[in-house]
Design a protein. Structure first.
Length: 325
């Protein structure tokens, strides 16, 4: 059983007092309209990132059928016989594709997952499952479209930090994309209701597509768990550890978890966007001065994988804590 809740303060433990939050909604299409409109949207994104760390995007350019097909491909994969799926099982976090069901990672309490890289697609797709036959085509299409959304959002976020739209543009374009494809069983009365224990994601941004409700985030102002209501056709966006580092703490990583849905099994696809494997992320020097000294050490995606590998027992699992100066 996972003991990762040890890494979060007691006030973040399960709360009865769940309530739907006022979710900021960003119309992504408005980023490419006239400059006054873009300015307003950038401001809304910056505010959502600073105040909450999460928001949803609509009019993002990914059709409902592309999203539905990706969820279908994921769902069909998890329906395959165990021996087919277990061909992808590995404890080596650096494998290009990894399948697991249990809590070996110490946070999956009732989840099966398939994790694989997705950018550059031509490099990684050869490692993806060939069963179900639709997997590569449907997941590949969604992966490349959601990456476009992530790139537009990164531009808006760095602009909102006052760093300019082109800031680190090349590093984001050459960056990594990790898909975490998750399957949670329907909640049963006897078992745990937690599918994935509290954690934050290592990257700059996570974009989440889900088949039904179950995600909860910690509301930073009240510090209580808050259920995320997925708006129709929307994608949920969250800030990760490396964004907190880049922004030198102006934006905070989002602690989140997944509860099991009492009505149905749940599929989710988290697309995590970061720099390339060995590229170091530092606090932006423009956001560092005498009053705001750097709060975090530099680190890369590769450093994160090393940190996780060294802390499989979960005692010092929190990556961001390990970076604090
Ligand atoms: C993840 C994650 C949330 C969910 O894969 O990192 O947080 O709702 N998933 O499945
Ligand atoms: Ni996550």
């Amino acid at each position: 059983m996972s003991d990762s809740s040890r890494t979060v303060p007691p006030e973040l433990l399960p709360s009865e007092d769940l309530h739907p939050l006022p979710m900021p909604v960003i119309n992504l299409g408005h980023l490419s309209l006239d400059s006054a409109t873009r300015y307003r949207v950038v401001d809304d994104v910056a505010k959502a990132c600073r105040d909450l760390g999460y928001f949803q995007v609509i009019n993002h350019g990914i059709s409902q059928s592309v999203m539905d097909c990706a969820l279908e491909a994921a769902s069909d994969f998890f329906k395959l016989p165990n021996e087919t799926k277990e061909k992808f099982a590995s404890e080596d976090l650096r494998r290009p594709v990894r399948y697991d069901t249990s809590s070996k990672d110490s946070i999956s309490m009732s989840r099966a997952f398939l994790k694989h890289y997705a950018h550059p697609l031509s490099e990684w797709i050869q490692y993806w499952p060939q069963q179900p036959p639709i997997y590569r085509k449907y997941m590949g299409k969604y992966a490349s479209e959601v990456r476009m959304v992530a790139l537009q959002l990164m531009e808006a976020i760095v602009e909102g930090l006052g760093l300019g739209k082109e800031y680190l543009n090349e590093k984001f374009h050459e960056g990594s994309q990790l898909l975490s494809v998750n399957c949670y069983a329907k909640a049963s009365q006897s078992a745990t209701t937690i599918g994935l224990a509290p954690h934050s994601d290592y990257g700059f941004l996570t974009i989440l597509l889900t088949s039904c409700g179950g995600l909860e985030v910690v509301d930073p102002s009240s510090n209580i768990w808050t259920r995320v209501q997925q708006l129709p056709h929307a994608l949920h966006v969250q800030i990760g550890d490396h964004m907190e580092v880049l922004s030198n703490g102006r934006m905070k990583t989002v602690v989140h978890r997944a509860l099991l849905n009492p009505e149905e099994a749940r599929i989710s696809i988290a697309s995590i966007h970061g720099f390339a494997l060995h590229e170091k992320v530092t606090c932006a020097k423009e956001l560092v001065d005498e009053e705001n000294p750097p709060k975090y050490k530099e680190s890369s995606f590769s450093d994160f994988l090393d940190h996780l590998t060294a802390n499989m027992d979960n005692k010092h699992r929190n990556f961001l804590e390990s970076l604090r100066m």
